[in-house]
Design a protein around this ligand. Structure first.
Ligand SMILES: Nc1ncnc2c1ncn2[C@@H]1O[C@H](COP(=O)(O)OP(=O)(O)OP(=O)(O)O)[C@@H](O)[C@H]1O
Length: 305
């Protein structure tokens, strides 16, 4: 067995459905993640993130569609040591030390990280001699991160990795995760925190009601939610024609100032410039929070109910 992984695609979901009774927790997901990407899976409680991660790891089988890791069934990639995971639950075995546990797990992989390196990457060298059942929640979380790294996986999957961490541990965790990603490894993590997704991922995939509702960089996600606002002084001009400008989806007038909500601020500004109407021009991008809310709180359409 080798640890070489030829496929460019680390993860491929095509038409994946997983239902629990009448509820479609994952509802027709198509998703590709290339090797070396760091991707955040973002969504509210119950959006389907953990279910998608279970399918990805082969812990659960889809009712329809196909999931592949490195061009083959998830179970093959997991067995070959290409995948490391840190899931939300799972107790650590008691009565052993952190070093013993990490050594044991590393020893089961064909090409493990040296144990000292796994401990250092997870920031837990000082905990090496401690018993794993005597650790705090945040310390336990970091041990689980070391275990996920132990086999030098090409793909690491982290389900809400910072949930139990304080601010300092959270920063240390992201620094470790990025160091691992910089080695060319693929990272997929789920989170509720927009800030984390925007700061630590190359790409954000937003899930809602089991579906992917946006996929792109933080900037692209903001744009896909009806992106930015262009404000300008009307300087006595009328507002007629503003709604027809390229990209504009809504116009609001307050006193002598117009606010144009636009999906393409560049095109809107160029058109305004052609009209000579760029007094007091200001362009503001929607915050990722605003984009996220716009994408995930939209009422269900009648056919989706
Ligand atoms: N084993 C199960 N049996 C029945 N329903 C389930 C099961 N697992 C998940 N669900 C339901 O599927 C939907 C998606 O759940 P999932 O845990 O994937 O969401 P999530 O995005 O990970 O949420 P959270 O952020 O709260 O962890 C939810 O409505 C949940 O109640």
């Amino acid at each position: 067995m080798t640890n070489s992984v030829p496929a460019e695609r680390a993860v491929a979901f095509s038409g994946v459905v997983k239902a629990f009774g009448p509820l479609r927790a994952v509802d027709g997901v198509d998703l590709e993640i290339l090797r070396g990407e760091t991707v955040a899976l973002l969504g509210r409680n119950g959006a389907g993130k953990s279910t998608a991660i279970s399918l990805l790891l082969g812990l659960d089988a889809p009712d329809a569609g196909r999931v592949e890791l490195f061009g083959g069934p998830p179970a093959d990639a997991v067995r070959a040591g290409h995948v490391g995971a840190m899931l939300q639950e799972g107790r650590l075995v008691p009565r052993v030390t952190v070093r013993e546990l990490v050594s044991f797990v590393a020893g089961r992989y064909p090409a493990p990280l040296p144990v000292g390196e796994a401990l250092a990457l997870a920031g837990i060298e000082e905990l090496a001699g401690r018993r794993v059942d005597k650790l705090s929640g945040g310390q336990t979380q970091r041990v689980r991160f070391a275990l996920a790294l132990a086999g030098t996986p090409s793909l690491i999957v982290l389900d809400e990795p910072t949930a139990a961490l304080d601010v300092e541990a959270r920063q240390a965790f992201w620094a470790s995760m990025r160091a691992y990603a910089r080695r060319g490894h693929t990272v997929l993590f789920s989170t509720h925190y927009l800030e984390e997704a925007d700061r630590h991922a190359d790409r954000i995939v937003v899930m809602d009601h089991g579906r992917i509702v946006a996929d792109g960089t933080g900037e692209q996600v903001k744009r896909s939610a009806g992106g930015s606002t262009v404000s300008l002084d009307l300087a006595g001009r009328g507002t007629e024609g503003l709604t027809l400008l390229p990209g504009v989806v809504a116009v609001e007038v307050r006193g002598d100032r117009a606010r144009l909500r636009t999906e393409d601020s560049d095109a809107t500004v160029i058109a305004l410039a052609r009209l000579g109407a760029i007094r007091g021009l200001e362009v503001t991008a929607a915050s990722l929070d605003e984009a996220f809310l716009a994408l995930t709180t939209a009422p269900l359409t009648p056919e989706a109910v």
